[in-house]
Design a binder for this molecule. Structure first.
Ligand code: FAD
Length: 326
């Protein structure tokens, strides 16, 4: 098996989601020698050396300036060309918005069987057997991807990170394929961080602290943000909070917001409506702080604190700061 891992860059470094894809690639191929990296756009050469930190010995780089800010449809032709050049049968991508979009386009362009958001992948008689949460985490799908080519995105944080194994990869430039049609589409001309973008991003963070209507006012929401800052976590919110305008829509976790699956999710003053749960129930450990012992959030929580968040959250934040500074 030869695997092509597509690297994505955020905040000037390899996206955490790309590490998930590298980990799955190495475990599937059984050796880093059969895992080839691919990086495109600005920072592609830096990504190549970052991929080397995990033992990848060969990275194809498409640093054509026309790929800067281009939509995934522009990158799909280059990824398919890279996969063909190295003789890959499997392409792995981190499960970001970009990655999921790219999977769909590659399925068509590269004529591959495809799946998004996988949490398990195992070889099965020349095919790949995958498992992934569906219906907002209420069921798990098991599927066999047949055929000679597969393209998959990996659910964030579903796999342990790959071991560090520093190497100096061979970097091979890849010219953009002569295929103007995929370059059609809106081009991103700028990125401005929103308030939600100032800390770790919701999608990448390994810890998320979310606040709900229980915080009562926009002014009180700083309690949630201070707890998140003490933990180095991203800040999320229920829809009650974003509908009230206490925080922007980009904070919202749930059916009509972001889906997250961090190592640790702390729900502060959130009741646990199904529309919220579908966006966070696959988190590895869930902690709920709520004054109502019968709140539905406690049915999915691994640890629950029944009590007044206005007492518990400041005490928790102070204790975490104390422990961290010790
Ligand atoms: C189509 C549709 C889509 C939706 N999409 C989403 C979505 O994406 N995300 C989402 O979150 N919701 C979504 N909703 C809304 C959802 O149904 C709930 O209304 C919402 O999640 C409730 O937010 P909440 O838990 O913050 O508020 P509430 O349900 O009002 O819960 C507040 C909680 O705070 C607790 N509390 C109060 N005071 C304290 C205190 N002092 N200390 C500790 N705890 C306290 C209360 O016991 C209560 O459990 C959607 C609804 C619909 C119909």
């Amino acid at each position: 098996m030869t695997v092509l891992v597509v690297a994505e860059r955020t905040g000037g470094r390899l996206a955490a989601a790309s590490l998930d894809a590298i980990a799955v690639g190495i475990s599937l191929a059984g050796t880093t020698a059969a895992v080839v990296g691919f990086a495109a756009g600005p920072g592609a050469r830096e990504s190549a050396s970052d991929l080397g930190q995990y033992g990848l010995a060969r990275v194809l780089v498409a640093d054509d300036p026309s790929l800067e800010g281009a939509p995934p449809c522009a990158g799909a032709a280059s990824v398919a060309a890279a996969a063909d050049r190295v003789g890959a049968d499997t392409i792995l991508i981190g499960g970001t918005t970009y990655g999921r979009d790219l999977v769909a386009r590659l399925a068509v362009k590269w004529k591959a069987s495809a799946a998004n958001g996988v949490t398990e992948v195992t070889p099965a008689d020349g095919a790949l057997r995958i498992r992934r949460p569906v219906f907002g985490g209420r069921a798990t799908e098991t599927r066999t991807l047949a055929g000679p080519r597969r393209v998959l995105s990996v659910r964030p944080h579903a796999f342990p990170p790959p071991p560090s194994a520093p190497a100096s990869p061979t970097v091979e430039p890849l010219a953009r394929p002569e295929d103007p049609a995929p370059l059609l589409g809106p081009k991103r001309t700028g990125v401005e961080a929103t308030a939600a973008g100032l800390g770790p991003s919701l999608g990448d963070a390994s810890i998320v602290v979310s606040g709900g209507r229980g915080v009562r006012t926009a002014e009180n929401f700083h309690l949630v943000e201070e707890l998140a800052a003490a933990l180095g976590a991203a800040v999320g919110a229920s829809r009650a909070v974003t509908d009230a305008g206490w925080r922007p829509g980009s904070f919202q976790v749930g059916q009509t917001g972001r889906s997250v699956s961090p190592q640790l999710y702390i729900a502060v003053g959130i009741s646990g409506a199904i529309q919220h749960l579908v966006g966070m129930v696959s988190s590895r450990v869930i902690v709920a702080i709520n004054s109502d012992a019968s709140a539905p959030i406690f049915r999915v929580a691994d640890y629950g604190i029944v009590g007044d968040l206005f007492q518990i959250v400041p005490a928790l934040t102070a204790e975490i700061r104390r422990v961290r500074s010790a």
